[in-house]
Structures are given as C-alpha cells and as structure tokens.
Design a protein around this ligand. Structure first.
Ligand code: ZN
Length: 339
C-alpha cells in the first residue's frame, strides 16, 4: 500500500523518531511506498537539502520500497522556479510540491492570499503540471483558544480550500491540486464541486479524522493534538461515509510522531501507521470491496501521480499482527479510545 503523506523525522529530530524507525514501522504495516513532507529540519526547500534527504531515504529503502519527497514552496518566486525545475528533473523522487496555506508545524506557512496567488502564477508560468499538495487552514480565521478544535475551526479549512480553487482557476494552473487531510464535510463537497467543474483536484483524509472526534481529544489533552484538529462526531461520520461513497480520493496517515515531552509542551501530530490499519479494518467491516480498498490505499494515488506501484492490501490476520507491532513502536497509542 501507499502512504502519500508522512512526516518522517531524522537528524536533529531523531529523539522523535529516526528515518530508519519510521520506514521499518511503515513496512511492518504493509506500506511499500511513502511520500515524505518537506517541513523537516532543515526544510526541503532547496536542492541540497532535498538531495541529502533522498539519499538518506533511498539508502534505507534500498530500491525495495518507494521513497519520494515533496519539495516545499516558499514566498520567494526564484525558489518556486527552482522547485519546478527540480521536480521536472527528479520526478518521481521529488513526487510533487507542497504549499502550506497557513502555518502548521515548521513555520512554512504562506499566509497572505496575495502571496499564494503569486505562487500559482509562478507555477503556471513555469509550466508546472505535477501535484501541488496543500495544507489548507486560513490564518486569519484561526482563534486564540485553549481548545485546539476551537482554535482551528472548520471555517479556516473551508475558506482556505475556496481560496486555492479560486486562485488555481484564475492563474490557469495546469497541475493537480491535492487538498491534504480534509476534516469537514463541506471540504469534501467543495472539492467534488470543483472536480465536476473540470478542475484537476483530489483530496485525502486521515484515519484520525475518520475514527476519532473532538471529545476524544479533550479527554486526552495534547496527545490528540494535530493540525487540522479533530472535529465533532457529525463531521467524523460524514467523512467516513464520504469514504464509503467514493467522494474522497485516498487515505493518508499524516504520520507525525513526537516524544511525550514534546506533546506535553504542545507539539501537533501523532504516529499514523497504526491508524491506517485500523481504518482499513473498519472499512473491511463496513463491506468495502477489495478493488475499492486498493483504490483508497494507493490505486488512486498512482493514477493521480502517474506512477506504477504495487498496491497489496493485507489480510485481516496480517492486519492484527501489524497492529500490535505498531502499538509497541511508539510511546503512546492515539487510538486507545477506540478500545
Ligand atoms: Zn502533514
């Protein structure tokens, strides 16, 4: 299977997890391909950092697994042009480009709509036709609140998606927009409406947004803190149903492990592979067919990115074994509430 959204750690972040550990757990969970996000330390926003990261990942995956990275986009138009050229030269090792339309972890946010517009113009002028993955949370709609789900409300995501669709159309963007980790029903509707209108756009959902809700997160304090945050139960149900209906393109873990100390101090993100398997199991239980599971866990990713990678869904027995191994691989289990 493919996990098209992971935040592997390494180097100065090795206390959270090493690249080797992340890859081992992913493999244990039956993933043979993963796309690593660019908000690493240092960030993957220039050729040197990208090549170093690729070499490190490829040395560990040894050609047996697929390891690709996203190039990060900044507000500097020259840097955006460099990323377009690098993507052209190194695809699929550089699988696509990523823009943070709002701050998350790593302060890579491009928060002004005018700056986002310039990114679209530069990508379009440069003839970029790859995938532009987007973290959508509109900065001006975020609030001060000790409750993370209220601090980053649904409107922030929905309005940012609306902005991206408008800007992509206005600039004549020729690539594919991918809206990462959607967390609301309205987001799914917006994406599907744009798709019906002929825009090349896809969306992914995480296991945590389809299996857990905001009340789980309140009871666990920071341990279930992530961006975008967990939502109300109605949203969770609607996302799960959207997966069953086929109106969400794929599942992505947003795997982002931390030490317990970092979590206590407010870090956003949770380990993600175990959630992927729990969601897979839940979908099997809901009667989703094998071809549809293969589509959600990699088939559709291959189609959108133009890749030929094997997608093999594990059996229930293999899932049970992997679930236990993955639980023991991290200092806490975000899915404890499910049991
Ligand atoms: Zn992420």
């Amino acid at each position: 299977m493919i996990d098209p959204h992971v935040h592997f750690r390494d180097g100065v972040q090795s206390a959270k997890e090493t690249l080797q550990h992340g890859i081992e757990v992913a493999q244990l969970c039956h993933f043979n391909a993963f796309f690593d996000m660019p908000n690493t330390m240092p960030p993957l926003t220039d050729e040197k950092a990208i090549l170093e990261r690729l070499e490190r990942g490829e040395a560990l995956t040894k050609g047996e697994l697929f390891y690709g990275v996203y190039g990060g986009i900044t507000t500097d138009s020259d840097q955006v042009r460099e990323m377009v050229a690098l993507h052209q030269r190194l695809f699929p090792r550089i699988i696509g480009l990523k823009m943070y339309a709002g701050h998350s972890t790593g302060r890579m946010g491009i928060i002004m709509v005018e700056e986002q517009e310039r990114v679209y113009e530069t990508l379009t002028e440069g003839g970029y036709r790859g995938v532009l993955a987007l973290h959508c949370e509109k900065e001006e709609l975020l609030r001060e609140s000790p409750n993370h789900s209220l601090a980053r409300p649904p409107e922030a995501e929905i309005e940012s998606i609306r902005d991206q669709i408008r800007l992509a159309k206005k600039s004549g963007f020729e690539g594919t927009l991918h809206i990462c980790h959607i967390s609301t029903k309205a987001s799914v509707e917006l994406v599907n409406e744009a798709k019906r209108g002929g825009l090349k756009i896809s969306c992914g959902v995480t296991p945590h947004h389809t299996l857990l809700n905001a009340s789980d997160s309140n009871s666990k304090d920071n341990l279930l803190k992530m961006n975008p945050p967990l939502r109300q139960e109605e949203e969770r149900q609607a996302l799960f149903e959207a997966l069953l209906e086929g109106s969400i393109d794929w599942v992505e873990s947003d795997h982002a492990p931390h030490t317990l100390q970092d979590k206590r101090e407010g870090a956003s993100g949770i380990p993600g592979f175990r959630g992927m398997l729990l969601l897979l199991k839940r979908l099997m239980g809901a009667g989703v067919s094998l071809p549809q599971l293969e589509r959600l866990f990699g088939g559709r990713v291959c189609e959108v990115f133009g890749l030929e990678l094997a997608v093999k869904v594990p059996t229930l027995e293999q899932i049970e074994i992997a679930l236990e191994g993955a639980r023991q691989s991290y200092p806490w289990d975000p899915y404890q509430a499910l049991h």
